[in-house]
Each structure stands twice: as structure tokens, then as C-alpha cells.
Design a protein around this ligand. Structure first.
Ligand code: NAD
Length: 352
């Protein structure tokens, strides 16, 4: 019998090729007049173009966003926002840049208008993360959820094929775990299944021809659904493992998600048959875990932890850390099970 809790998150989404033209009116709609634009050093040009588009509505550009939001960068951005009298933040970039906007919003009342250029999905979540003294602290706060998100696929055509593949698999991971989340509910499960379908359809075309706007639209649409899934319900074993591998062994974020996902799915499969059949159906595959592995391989993405630079001698330590704090997973977590899963991921073995 159906029984669930569903918390709907607020937010306005404007989607479509060329929708960036609506930026000035969307800023006005927020009641803002002095926007601080944020970017990474690599996407400085994108940031500068937004400043020009905004004209008198731009307060300035802060172009020092980096991975995992170091506290020093967050402080510098907060100070610049204050010094310029900014009344909103416009982030253009991936999860790192959205994350920096969130660090500002966490200690102010500045609304965020996010313009995502990867498939990470952070723009749809109230989750923030800040790294201090080598440790990443994360939390949930409604203040950091962007008020408006502009999804313009034309901004994603410059995303290199390799990043598109792993960032897309990262988004699929949000959808996969939403389907067997402790808080799973029928609405989010529908979105999550559709997200996998859209990404599995778009990504192979994107990798073949990164400038294919139709494929880019499908993939970005899927990434939106992946972000909504991540923001609405809790994640499980897969996200815990990726957090451990990224935090303790410095493995790259999206690549690690790509490698671990088929193995975390195979581990969980016996305890979540309905989720597995929905994942397989969305992938057009006979098995969820094998379908995910085959998709990553077809995209030319990494399939083994060894290829990401993980050392075989660290696998025991990784398994120990991953089982330290109990957390939800449909199939209970054992040290032995996680160690075997990590070995398979290390070797890049196709799930049985
Ligand atoms: P990223 O934001 O670090 O971007 C990687 C690099 O690609 C950067 O140099 C960036 O400038 C560049 N780039 C981005 N889009 C591009 C484009 N269209 N064309 C050319 N270059 C482009 O990578 P990411 O994977 O999007 O984000 C990862 C970070 O986001 C991690 O720190 C992760 O923890 C965080 N994250 C947070 C949440 C959340 O809900 N809080 C969700 C997902 C990810």
C-alpha cells in the first residue's frame, strides 16, 4: 500500500537553447539590481559575458571558484559581495561555482540565480559544502537553494566529451539512488526514471558530437531531473562510497561516481528489485548494473578505480571508513560486502 512523505522544494526553472537572453528580466523578477557574477578562472570569459549582458545590473565578477569550496575562497567571495553592495549572486558553471554561490547565501540573504554548465545538479539542492582544514563540511539549508535556474544547453556545448560523460553518469547516480532511497516517493521516482532515460539517450550523442544541441538538451533535461532527485530524497551506499573515496583518497568527483555506480547498484540489486527494473527499463538494458557499466564503457568513461590512480593497498582502509557510520541502504552494509564491491570497482570488472 502507498505510504510516503513528499516535501516540495520551491524554485523557478527556465529551460531552453538561448534562454540566457532572459537573464536581465529574470534578475529584475528577483527584485535585484546589483548582481555579483561568479565563475571559475577557466570560465572567466562566460562570467565576463554575463557582466556585459547585465550592464548596470551587474555589481562585478568574482572568478576564483574552485572544486570543493575552500573556506578561504568562500570568505573572499563573501567580502567582495559585501564591498560591492551586491543584492544577488549569479553563478555560471558547474557544481564548484554553484557551491561558491551557496557559501555566500549561507551567511547572507542574497538570492542565487544559477546557470549550470555541467550535469552535477547542485542548483536543484539545498545542500552546501565548504572545505576547512582539509575536511569538507556539508549541510542542508533552505537559504542556499537557488531561487531561479536558467538551463541553456548552448552553454554546455563547450563541455569536453570526457567531462560530459562522467558528469552525466554522476547525475544518473542521483537518479539511481533516489529510486531506492529511504525517502523514495512516487513523484521523485517518476522524475528519477525519466532522468536516467533522458541522460542515457542524450549522452552517447553528446560524446559523439559535443556540439549537437538536441542531444545537449536531452542530457541537460536529465541532469535537471537528477538534481531534483538529489535535492528531494536521501542517498545511500553509492554516495557514501564516493564521498569516502573523494575525501580520503582525493579521487576526482564525477569519475569516481562513474566507476562505482555499476558496482554499488549490483550490491544493492537483490534488496531493491522494483528500483532495478525501473533503472533497467530507462536504460533499455536487461540488467540495471550491467546497463550502467555498458553505458559508461560506451561513453569512453573510466570503468576502474585503478585507472583513477587508486592504490590497491588502500582498498582495506576505504572499506573500513565506508562502514564506520551506519547509514541507510536497502541491502544492509557489511565490511566484507563493501570490500568485495571495492575490489570489483578497482579491477573494473563488468557486474555479473
Ligand atoms: P566543476 O564545477 O568543478 O567543473 C569542472 C571544470 O569544468 C571547471 O574548470 C569548470 O570551469 C569547467 N566547466 C564547467 N562547465 C563547462 C563547460 N560547459 N565548458 C567548459 N568547461 C566547463 O565540476 P562539477 O562536476 O560540475 O562539480 C563538482 C563539484 O560540485 C564537487 O565539489 C561536488 O561535491 C559538487 N556538487 C555539489 C552538489 C550539491 O548538491 N551541493 C551536487 C553535485 C555536485
Amino acid at each position: 500500500m502507498l505510504s510516503f512523505v513528499y516535501d516540495m522544494l520551491p524554485g523557478r526553472v527556465v529551460f531552453g537553447a538561448g534562454c540566457l537572453d532572459k537573464l536581465p528580466e529574470e534578475i529584475e523578477r528577483l527584485g535585484a539590481t546589483r548582481a555579483l557574477v561568479l565563475s571559475t578562472p577557466e570560465q572567466r570569459q562566460d562570467g565576463q559575458q554575463l557582466v556585459e549582458r547585465l550592464g548596470a545590473r551587474a555589481a562585478g565578477l568574482f572568478d576564483k571558484a574552485v572544486m570543493h569550496v575552500p573556506i578561504e575562497v568562500a570568505q573572499a567571495a563573501r567580502e567582495q559581495a559585501k564591498a560591492l553592495g551586491a543584492d544577488c549572486c549569479v553563478s555560471v558553471g558547474g557544481g564548484s561555482t554553484t557551491g561558491l554561490a551557496k557559501a555566500i547565501a549561507l551567511v547572507s540573504t542574497l538570492p542565487i540565480l544559477a546557470i549550470p554548465t555541467t550535469y552535477a545538479g547542485s542548483e536543484m539542492t539545498p545542500i552546501w559544502g565548504i572545505t576547512e582544514g582539509g575536511l569538507k563540511k556539508t549541510g542542508r539549508d533552505p537559504r542556499v537553494l537557488p531561487k531561479t535556474v536558467l538551463y541553456d544547453p548552448t552553454l554546455t556545448v563547450t563541455m569536453p566529451a570526457a567531462l560530459s560523460a562522467t558528469s552525466g553518469m554522476n547525475s544518473i547516480a542521483h537518479c539511481v539512488e533516489a529510486l531506492y532511497s529511504k525517502e523514495a516517493n512516487p513523484i521523485i521516482s517518476m522524475l528519477a526514471e525519466e532522468g536516467i532515460r533522458a541522460l542515457a539517450r542524450g549522452l552517447p550523442e553528446v560524446v559523439k558530437d559535443p556540439r549537437n544541441l538536441d542531444a545537449r538538451s536531452n542530457a541537460l533535461y536529465g541532469a535537471w531531473l537528477g538534481g531534483m532527485s538529489l535535492g528531494a530524497v536521501g542517498m545511500a551506499l553509492h554516495h557514501k562510497l564516493c564521498h569516502t573515496l573523494g575525501g580520503s583518497f582525493n579521487l576526482p568527483h564525477a569519475e569516481t561516481h562513474t566507476v562505482v555506480l555499476p558496482h554499488a547498484t549490483a550490491y544493492t540489486a537483490p534488496a531493491a528489485p522494483e528500483a532495478m527494473s525501473r533503472i533497467a527499463r530507462a536504460l533499455g538494458a536487461a540488467s540495471a548494473a550491467q546497463g550502467l557499466y555498458d553505458l559508461a564503457a560506451a561513453l569512453g568513461a573510466p570503468t576502474s578505480l585503478a585507472s583513477l590512480g587508486m592504490k590497491a593497498s588502500d582498498l582495506d582502509k576505504a572499506a573500513d571508513i565506508a562502514v564506520q557510520n551506519p547509514y541507510y541502504n536497502p541491502r544492509p552494509i557489511t565490511r566484507e560486502g563493501v570490500r568485495a564491491l571495492l575490489q570489483d570497482a578497482f579491477d573494473g570488472r563488468r557486474p555479473a
